[in-house]
Design a binder for this molecule. Sequence first.
Ligand code: NAD
Ligand code: UDX
Length: 465
Amino acid sequence: MAPTNICCIGAGYVGGPTCSVIALKGGDQVKVTVVDINQKRIAAWNSDELPIYEPGLDEVVQQCRGKNLFFSTDVAGAIKAADLIFVSVNTPTKLYGLGKGSAADVKYIESCARAIAEHSEGPKIVIEKSTVPARTAETLDRILRANCKPGITFEILSNPEFLAEGTAISDLMSPDRVLIGGSTTPEGQKAIQALSAVYEHWVPKDRIITTNTWSSELSKLAANAFLAQRISSINAMSAICEATEADVSEVARAIGKDSRLGAKFLQASVGFGGSCFQKDILNLVYLADSLNLHEVADYWRQVVILNDWQERRFSTRIIKALFNTVSSKKICILGFAFKKNTGDTRESAAIYVCQHLMDEGAQLAIYDPKVKAEQIDLDLKSVSQGQEDRVDRLVTVHSDPYEAMDGAHAVAVLTEWDEFKTYDFAKVYATMPKPAFLFDGRNILDHAALRQMGFEIEAIGKKIH
Ligand code: NAD
Ligand code: UDX
């Protein structure tokens, strides 16, 4: 039997890892081609230095690339050859026009639909892998039908991705569930079966959930909203803890033991980041508002408001602790990625904490094991519009953490990288002006030991005496 020919449009954080695992697990039953209009990204996928850092990804790509996994800029050719087409392009928050600041920008989805219609010479199953506003499948369907060549048919499926960055490969190898939404027509059901068969190479059948298209699209927004809401809930508690001498880690442990609540996603932090949570909640808020469900919209909007407040609260604590002035003081920022085990900085809390500290004239010395200096420069300039030169004046990026911490008035942990726990902080303390401050925005360090060394510690949701 000929292998199922799969094309994925969009070689990003989702398209690349997802298709690599499909190629690995599908073996000679599948041929996967990942295409992108970004030539540099495709060149990187074809090189020894992949465009994204993800534990375990290199090994998977090395095993499959050139055998049944290909990265290419030939979008037309890959569409023509494919039976199944994943659309895995970015769907960022709109920055202009109607819905500015909350609606998802679906222009890249639309351009994929037009390219698929133009280049298809036979029937295709088109799969929404991107996170999209509810009822986007209808848009895809209309564009495809209005533009396709005579006699060509399309079936649209929704198959949202639930991987988290930093654990993408293990999430993909062993997903909690795979969700496939499709039409209830016989053709729709046949398409669902065809996609399900791809996953069945490695995912147990009882973990493959099938629903109607609209439930599937909405479930993705709902899942991210619920996850983010838990973080805002524990972060709201962290503020109460700080004022009452309760300890947020103890509260999280106590409530997490309730099997109805569960222990995951209760880690209080400087705030959630990443390309998904804020964008997808705002997408949901926009949907609710446009359905005249304003109370629903307000409910979810508050999750984002609380998160912004948590980031601001953290930088304010730094400023207040340092005697209300950080101007010209060296502050070391440990971690710039939005979470550990990724080099991704999209919506990282570190960007906003650094922005606030730059507003106050602090000298920032930044270290992250995986984020490149150019990316930090780009991110900080993007929040310094009109005064980009301040980044050149105020920020240095270091490849050695001890150099970044040397002589700093304060060290702030913004990402929970494991290596931070192994540092020789006694050595660092000796170089710092006193009082020497340490702000743990992730509650990962041994606060009692650091206190013993002489550090003044400020942590999230707890008082360190
Ligand atoms: P990304 O920005 O890393 O990658 C998207 C890629 O699509 C880019 O390389 C871009 O050049 C390419 N692209 C855009 N338009 C194109 C076109 N017309 N033809 C060919 N290529 C095109 O984005 P991502 O993080 O991979 O996210 C993709 C989608 O998956 C988004 O909708 C996102 O919400 C969703 N998602 C992301 C994650 C995550 O952890 N990043 C998890 C689940 C779902
Ligand atoms: C998220 C969803 O988890 C994933 O299912 C979806 O497909 C994409 O969006 P991601 O953003 O990659 O994944 O990482 P996640 O682990 O969810 O973390 C998001 C942010 O929340 C990070 O900044 C993380 O540090 C923060 N976080 C997470 C907390 O602050 N506390 C927690 O308890 C968990």
